[in-house]
Design a protein around this ligand. Structure first.
Ligand SMILES: O=C(O)CCC(=O)C(=O)O
Ligand SMILES: [Fe+2]
Length: 501
């Protein structure tokens, strides 16, 4: 391009049409073109210019025919071998990744890695720059097409926290049908289990609700019946500012939290509470021991959110220093911690963990898992995602109203947890989920009739419902994006989830 093209050409609508960002569900509020424009506008001018040049755009007009970019190479592995061959293949893939990275990586990796799993909800614009720069510098292996792909998907993941890829696998394919058959037979053979909530699961809050769940009866404090599902075990008092509670500040980092005591829940409009991105019910000790239960006030919230904040087993008896009259109070009648954390009301799916090395995994399931995992490989290569581990789950939500209330997927995985999930490999301690990839398997799914949409909560308080239709892949940031599986009716709902660490 000649020097005189200093004036930045504007992306024409035909250009944007030609390169649609990943599809969004029907009820998306912002028009697709608007989203594309926004994502494109986020790029610094010189990068926009480079992209337009790369795509043969002269003064914003698309010259020549450029086909819509293929997502990536999703071709099926030609031969799936036995467990050992599979392992070998995996090692080779990793080797290839390493070789590629030696040749192609540029010097901006660490920034990318940081920005892909920030401890804040603010996406970093640095990511966009680096993706584009890296893609542009990989001039041998990167065609215009997959430059567009990497940009659009990474931008969406970063900006919106999620990306929907339709027909990731042909929704009518025999492969999908076989996967469903396989999961159904796992269900019949009792391989799929009811979920038990992981006690180490952590749920991050913008709102801190304390002073709830304790009732004083005849001079003794009790956890009220409602609170047993939603207990923060430290029983720290609401007199502690959230950020000064060592356990909470560990969870929230430097995030500023709004403290909301039980009395506020009656004065704050419930809509206000619901509009918050995350809610943690922090059932601490009551201040002053009011003789009232707040469960009723909280019903609209508790029926909406998964409300679990717990990092230790619930103690059977604990003590609390009551600020008001300085008496020591004993809490009694605390339910067994196991039942506390196994509330079906929170999560009622059936699932099984698997690993692609498992000899027992049926061919089609394994193929699908391999295909999803190529995204991880792709991210490692193009945006230096630095992600070597995965965790795979197949799930069935029986059509009897089963659901999974709003939650974040991020979870600390310590050695003992990981060993119980994957006993074949040692993964170093303290990994967290970074990206969730969900492939839906439900042919002719009708959400109006059967429910089961996955509802994702966006940072502006808006939510979007995504239908779990066969072949659709949903990728989202495990750390930012609260989501919920709406109740499922009439038929079973199947999915495969792959978490990238
Ligand atoms: O099946 C879905 O749509 C989501 C499941 C989910 O959120 C989970 O397993 O963490
Ligand atoms: Fe989830």
């Amino acid at each position: 391009m000649k020097k005189k093209t200093q004036v930045l050409p504007k992306a024409s609508s035909s250009f944007l049409k030609k390169y649609p960002w990943s599809s969004f569900p029907e009820n998306v509020q912002m028009s697709q073109t608007k989203q594309e424009e926004l994502a494109f506008e986020l790029l610094p001018p010189e990068l926009k210019l480079k992209i337009l040049e790369k795509l043969n755009l002269v003064d914003g007009v698309l010259s020549g025919t450029v086909e819509a970019p293929p997502l990536m190479d999703f071709s099926m592995p030609t031969k799936i071998g036995k467990s050992s061959q599979q392992k070998k293949k995996k090692e080779q893939t990793i080797d290839n990744e390493e070789n590629n990275s030696k040749e192609e990586r540029v010097e901006t990796h660490s920034t990318i890695i940081t920005t892909m799993h920030p401890k804040t909800t603010e996406p970093s614009p640095l990511l966009f720059d680096n993706i584009v720069l890296n893609a542009l510098q990989e001039n041998k292996s990167t065609t215009d097409s997959n430059l567009c792909f990497s940009l659009q998907n990474a931008v969406n993941l970063q900006k919106h926290g999620y990306v929907v890829i339709d027909d990731f696998i042909d929704g009518n394919s025999q492969m999908i049908v076989n996967c469903v058959k396989q999961i159904e037979s796992m269900k019949q053979n009792g391989v799929l289990k009811k979920a038990g909530l992981n006690r180490r699961e952590k749920h991050i809050a913008d709102v801190h609700i304390s002073d709830c769940g304790v009732t004083k009866l005849n001079g003794t404090y009790h956890w009220d019946a409602h609170s047993k599902h939603y207990v923060h075990s430290t029983s720290a008092s609401c007199t502690l500012a959230p950020n000064s509670d060592p356990e909470l500040s560990h969870l929230f980092g430097s995030k500023t939290l709004t403290s909301l005591s039980s009395s506020h829940t009656t004065t704050k409009p419930i809509d206000w509470v619901l509009s918050c991105q995350h809610v943690v019910f922090y059932y601490g000790a009551s201040v002053g021991g009011e003789e009232r239960s707040v469960s009723k006030d909280l019903e609209p919230v508790t029926s909406h959110w998964q409300c679990v904040a717990g990092i230790e087993p619930l103690p059977k008896i604990t003590t609390h220093s009551n600020k008001k009259n300085d008496e020591k109070v004993q809490f009694e009648n605390v339910t067994d911690s196991n039942s506390v954390w196994r509330s079906e009301d929170v999560r009622s799916d059936l699932h099984a963990w698997m690993h692609s090395d498992d000899a027992n995994i049926a061919k089609d399931l394994r193929n699908v898992i391999t295909q999803i995992d190529k995204i991880r490989v792709w991210l490692n290569k193009h945006v230096q995602f630095g992600c070597q581990d995965t965790q795979v789950q197949v799930s069935c939500y029986p059509g009897d109203g089963s659901r999974y209330r709003a939650h974040l997927d991020e979870v600390y995985v310590d050695d003992s947890t990981i060993q119980s999930i994957r006993n074949s490999e040692q993964i170093s301690a303290k990994k967290t989920r970074r990206i969730t990839a969900l492939l839906y398997l439900n042919e002719r799914w009708n959400t109006t009739e059967c429910g089961g949409a996955v509802r994702i909560y966006l940072s502006d308080g808006v939510y979007r419902d995504i239908e779990p239709v066969a072949g659709r892949l949903l990728l989202f940031n495990s750390q930012w994006l609260p989501h919920e599986v709406m109740p499922v009716f009439h038929r079973d709902r199947f999915a495969i989830t792959l978490w990238m660490y």
